[in-house]
Design a protein around this ligand. Sequence first.
Ligand SMILES: Nc1ncnc2c1ncn2[C@@H]1O[C@H](COP(=O)(O)OP(=O)(O)OP(=O)(O)O)[C@@H](O)[C@H]1O
Ligand SMILES: [Mg+2]
Length: 502
Amino acid sequence: MSEFVLEMKDITKQFPGVLAVNKAQLNLRPGEVHCLVGENGAGKSTLMKILSGAQPADSGEILIDGKPVHITSPHHAQQLGIAMIYQEFNLSPFLNVAENIFLGREPRLGPTPFINWTKMYADAQAILDRIRVKLDVRKPVNECSVAQQQMVEIAKALSSNSKIIVMDEPSATLTDHELEALFELIRGLRREGIGMIYISHRLEEIFGLGDRVTVMRDGNYVGTYPVAEVTREDLIRMMVGRELKDEFPKDIVARGPERLRVEGLTRDGVFEDVSFAVHEGEIVGLTGLVGAGRTEVARAIFGADAITGGQIFLSGKPITVKSPKDAIRQGIGLLTEDRKNQGLVLGMTVCENTTLANLKSLVRFVFVDHRRERTVTEQYVKELQIKTPSVEQTAQNLSGGNQQKVVLAKWLFTQSKVLIFDEPTRGIDVGAKVEIYKLMNDLMRRGVSILMISSELPEVLGMCDRVLVMHEGRLAGELSRAEATQEGILRLATGEKPAHVG
Ligand SMILES: Nc1ncnc2c1ncn2[C@@H]1O[C@H](COP(=O)(O)OP(=O)(O)OP(=O)(O)O)[C@@H](O)[C@H]1O
Ligand SMILES: [Mg+2]
C-alpha cells in the first residue's frame, strides 16, 4: 500500500503561447487537506483539470494508490474516485437535490429500468445526514443558495465513493457563516480519510484548514511544506517571488468637492432610506454581511435595478439613471462581483472586452481604430500585469484572476468619474491585489471617486478613507478611517447597538 492516495509527477501542459504547467508535483495522503496556492495564472486550475480528466496532460505520471493510471475523461476520473468541485457548479437547475446527487447513477427497481425513488431519496438523505447538512432532498436546485449547491456537489462526490475531492476556490462565493459550515464539513471528511485538495487565495484559510501546502509559480513547482512550518510571509514570498513590503499601500489625498450623493435611496423590500456621499479623491468602503443590500444599492446607482424612492446627485445636481448605459454616459461605472455573468464576454478577446464599454472613443470617422485599441489594451495588460500571451487571446482562456483584471481594465478605460467596485479583489492573488490598490490610488489622485464594496475587512480598513456599514437593507453607521476597527465594523454589521447610545 502506498502512503499516498494520489501522486502527480512531472505534469506538463502547454497551451498555444503558454506553458501553463511545467513539471508540477503533488501528492496527497488519505485524510489530508492539501492546499494549492500560487498567483493568478500559476497553473493551479489547469493541474486540477488534468487530474479530473477535463484536459489531457502533455506529459507526466499520475498514480492512484501507488498504481499508475491514465485518466482519459471526467467519467473515468470519477470511476477512479476523483471528484472535482468547480466554481461554476455542474448541477442541473431544474432537478431536485436527490436527483442531482445521483444523476446518471440512479438506483433501479431490481433489474428494471425504473428508478427506485424511495431508495434514491433515502440514500440522498443518508448522505446529507452523514455530512450534517439540513436540506430538503426534494428541493429543486435552482431554489438552493450557492452554499447549498456546494453542499449538493460535495454530497454527489461522496455518493460516488470519491477518495479524492478537489475544491477550486470554494470560499469565494460564501458568506462567513456558510464558510464555517464548509470548514466543519471538510474536517469531517478528513476524519473519514478522504484526501482533499483545496485552492484559495485567502491565506488565512490555508492556516485554518490545511495540513500541507504546495506552492506553484508561473507553472513551476516551488515546493510542498507542512502548514505548521511556514508563515504567511513565507508563502507570499514563494508565490510572488519577492518580499511584499506593504499589503495596503494607501495614499491619503486632500478630499475634493462632493461627487456622488444619494439621499433616502429606497428599493422596496430590498433596501431603505440609504443616504451617503462620496467626494473627489476619496475611497469610501461599503461593507456589511453578505445579503445586507450592498450590491443592490450599487446596482440601483448604476441603473441596473429601479429605485422606488430617493434621489441620486452627481456633483450636486439631481440625476436620473434609467439604465446602465445611462449611468456610463453620465460617468458612473460598476465593476460587478459576478465577473463571469456580468463583467466579461468570454468568447471575445482581451482587447475587445477592454474597449467594449467605451468603443466610441476609438472611432475615427466611422471605423474603430484597431491600432489604438491594441495600444490601449497593451498598456492595461502591462499596468495590471494581466497574464496573457497576447491581447488577441480569448477571455475564456485566461485564469480566473486574470479575467477579473480584464474587467477592471474595461472600467478604467471608460474614464468614469465615479467607480463602484463590488468585491474587486475576490479571486485575485496577494501580489496582484497590491497592484490593484496602487491603481486605486492613481485613480483617486486623478479625482475619481471610488465606492468599494468589500467583505474583506483588512482591505476595507487598509484602503478606505471612510467606511459605511449596512445591516439588513439600511445604513447602520459610518466610521472614519481613524475610527474604523474590525470589531466596530462587525458590531454595526450585525446590528448590535453601540454601547454608549442610551
Ligand atoms: N484553455 C486554455 N487555453 C489557453 N490558455 C489557457 C487555457 N487554460 C488556461 N490557460 C492559461 O494557463 C495558465 C494557467 O491558468 P490556470 O487557470 O491554471 O491558473 P490558476 O493558477 O488557476 O489562476 P487563478 O488563481 O487566476 O485561477 C494561464 O496563463 C492561462 O491563461
Ligand atoms: Mg484558477
